[in-house]
Design a protein around this ligand. Sequence first.
Ligand SMILES: O=C(O)c1ccccc1NCC(=O)[C@H](O)[C@H](O)COP(=O)(O)O
Length: 203
Amino acid sequence: MFVKVCGLSTPESVREAVDSGADAVGFVLTASPRVVSPGQVSSLLAEVPGRVTPIGVFRHEPVADAVAIARAAGLEWVQLHGARTREDIATVHDAGMKVIRAVTMDATRHEIEDWGEDLLLIDAAVPGSGETWDYAAMAEVPELQGRKWLLAGGLDPENVGQAAASAQAWGVDVSSGVEASRGVKDLAKIRAFVHAAKSDATV
Ligand SMILES: O=C(O)c1ccccc1NCC(=O)[C@H](O)[C@H](O)COP(=O)(O)O
């Protein structure tokens, strides 16, 4: 199970995600209680070893801006929320970067199709809101069969195993479910989440 921990903003929380075994860490570079600056991301990258993928998260920014901001921060991956096009994905690749395309759980089948992104993420209606949704509905979606995709939205250490199994997700992404309060990460919850997601007993 691939695990991404998102919305990190302190060296301690990045170290906890890394030491717990997360595969990717996310830095929010768009309007959010979790926003960090490109300069902060550059510093936080000192805590990220090569086996872990750091990702810059964007919502409504034009793709060219997202690429430029991510590059300034020293990132090679962007996660794009909001209305996107196949051309946006090509723009990221033309810049020599990789992309997670985020769609909401009510996306059309056309939007769930493979647009050439490196990973698809299926999230709640509002990203980073902590809202749960009907994860099991994804298990029957033909476009997702045999595909690498991340489940997100309302996951936490207690529900991640059942949620990922019922959705038949390849990986999971979390932010709110590992926080003590909005935007403040809880180190014990990060550890518990990664261990639960990686545990054969729960997934
Ligand atoms: O975290 C935010 O505030 C945010 C704002 C704008 C776009 C994306 C944002 N976060 C993305 C993520 O943290 C994850 O992809 C996911 O939405 C986490 O959801 P949740 O675990 O429900 O907080």
